[in-house]
Design a protein around this ligand. Structure first.
Ligand SMILES: *[C@@H]1O[C@H](CO)[C@@H](O)[C@H](O)[C@H]1NC(C)=O
Ligand SMILES: *[C@@H]1O[C@H](CO)[C@@H](O)[C@H](O)[C@H]1NC(C)=O
Ligand SMILES: *[C@@H]1O[C@H](CO)[C@@H](O)[C@H](O)[C@H]1NC(C)=O
Ligand SMILES: *[C@@H]1O[C@H](CO)[C@@H](O)[C@H](O)[C@H]1NC(C)=O
Ligand SMILES: *[C@@H]1O[C@H](CO)[C@@H](O)[C@H](O)[C@H]1NC(C)=O
Ligand SMILES: *[C@@H]1O[C@H](CO)[C@@H](O)[C@H](O)[C@H]1NC(C)=O
Ligand SMILES: CC(=O)N[C@H]1CO[C@H](CO)[C@@H](O)[C@@H]1O
Length: 396
């Protein structure tokens, strides 16, 4: 469809630029929901499902990962998905490319990050489906090899510019913490709770080993849908000590509000890219959902070594992938079916949303306070936005 418009434009050069631009604008793909996956198995969890077909339209988007160059959309373009590639750099690059792509109009789109994660057995388990309010970049710190750390430090990680692991960082890069719409998160949780989660014998067996420690009761219990935060680092960390150190970092960076249950390698990259796009009204940051399902534990059970847990791999991989679809599809369908009544106009956020700098306006409930006096960052001062022209994006 877009290709036809572009061809038409090329063949009729007399059409004024303004009308050409408005024609393109009306032809942009404006999905109601965009599902954001990190690697092939997560993306493929949405292929061949009974509810809808995201492979009806494949759209090449400049700037996407060479491994996953296309976005996928349903025939009516209401639901799209992409795979960004793993870790923070792939996440930020792909989502930046998406948000600034002239192919899409994303101003009313709900973004659902839907991936697997390591679970903190104090809070969740294999197969659990967790929706985050805070995403904390726990890896953005200074680091000693623990063999060389000062004797009185509990961990080799020290926040940037601090001289002690428990000192709030005086140096912030801005991506340390993101907060998303709490009202939308609660709606997503209630919709996902309608799902019957999948579980399997290998997960049950592995999980049962956590029952000997009362602190890990949640890890030993069957999977469920829950609200708890997520921690990001490029390094796939493991073990009791780093787990506890990053629980502390999460608490420190969110001024006591954040409790991490899931661990992953992308969220802060994705959210930074969405936040920057929101500054130019290309996306609405109050329409972001962060969902993670448990594929493994971030620390061993009592009596197991950290290495044995890590190198065991992903004991809950199958339920984690299946539950992305089973729980996530309830959220996607809930948004599409409730579009007119609830979602088109947006779900108002009553909590602060955005980054630690306060870039989108308002006062963060964590960190040192807004850098912009509670106002939106003045990114548009002194310049007009340039119109970007679409290039042939649709694969036919
Ligand atoms: C879209 O790509 C998938 C493979 O990724 C393929 O199976 C499907 O047929 C393609 N859809 C169209 C309409 O070409
Ligand atoms: C560690 O010891 C040093 C030197 O005595 C002290 O300045 C510092 O505050 C201590 N740090 C912690 C985390 O206890
Ligand atoms: C990463 O994102 C989470 C929310 O998803 C946020 O709480 C956290 O502060 C972010 N961390 C950084 C370093 O941006
Ligand atoms: C749960 O499913 C039922 C039956 O499909 C539906 O009527 C209800 O609205 C759903 N609840 C939520 C919170 O989505
Ligand atoms: C986490 O913080 C608590 C309380 O300050 C401290 O006792 C503990 O040693 C810290 N754990 C790690 C691994 O840093
Ligand atoms: C968060 O904690 C830091 C360090 O203690 C403090 O400087 C800051 O004012 C606190 N922010 C909020 C919003 O309470
Ligand atoms: C990885 C591991 O040691 N798993 C054990 C967990 O506990 C069950 C019995 O409940 C054992 O069969 C597993 O080997």
């Amino acid at each position: 469809m877009l290709v036809q418009v572009l061809l038409q434009c090329a063949l009729t050069p007399s059409i004024a630029t303004a009308s050409r631009t408005s024609q393109l604008t009306t032809m942009k793909i404006a999905p109601k929901v965009f599902i954001l996956s990190m690697f092939a198995d997560e993306g493929e969890a949405w292929f061949g499902i009974p509810e809808f077909n995201v492979l009806a339209k494949n759209i090449t988007v400049p700037g996407f990962s060479p491994l996953f160059p296309q976005a996928h959309c349903t025939e009516d373009e209401s639901i799209c998905s992409l795979t960004m590639g793993e870790a923070e750099i792939n996440a930020a690059s792909t989502i930046t490319a998406l948000a600034h792509s002239p192919i899409f109009d994303l101003r009313r789109t709900y973004f659902m990050i839907a991936g697997i994660a390591g679970m903190n057995p104090k809070i969740a388990t294999l197969g659990s489906v967790a929706f985050a309010r805070y995403t904390v970049q726990v890896g953005l710190q200074e680091e000693f090899d623990a063999r060389e750390k000062p004797d009185n430090f509990s961990t080799g990680y020290v926040p940037q510019g601090s001289t002690s692991p428990d000192e709030f960082p005086p140096t912030l890069y801005g991506t340390e913490v993101f907060e998303v719409n709490e009202n939308l998160r609660q709606l997503a949780v209630s919709m996902a709770k309608n799902a019957t989660l999948f579980d399997d014998e290998p997960s049950q067996s592995y999980r049962s080993n956590y029952s000997s420690n009362p602190a890990f009761a949640a890890g030993a219990a069957p999977p469920s849908v829950l609200a708890c935060d997520t921690a990001t680092a490029d390094v796939f960390w493991t073990g009791d000590l780093l787990g506890e150190a990053f629980e502390n970092t999460t608490k420190l960076f969110t001024n006591g509000s954040g409790v991490y249950c899931s661990t992953q390698q992308e969220e802060n990259g994705s959210l930074e890219a969405l936040m920057r796009a929101a500054l130019f009204d290309l996306v609405d940051f109050s329409r972001v959902i962060v969902m993670r399902t448990g594929s493994d534990f971030d620390r061993p059970f009592d009596g197991q070594t950290a290495a044995a847990n890590l190198f065991f791999g992903f004991p809950g991989f199958v339920p984690a992938i299946q539950n992305i679809h089973l729980a996530g599809v309830k959220v996607v369908q809930g948004i599409v079916e409730g579009w007119k009544d609830t979602f088109e106009m947006g779900v108002k956020a009553d909590n602060y949303i955005g980054d630690v700098f306060g870039s989108l306006g308002g006062q963060p409930d964590f960190g040192p306070g807004s850098m912009f006096g509670g106002k939106r960052a003045p990114v548009r001062q002194g310049g007009r936005r340039r119109t970007v022209r679409a290039r042939s994006p649709v694969n036919v």
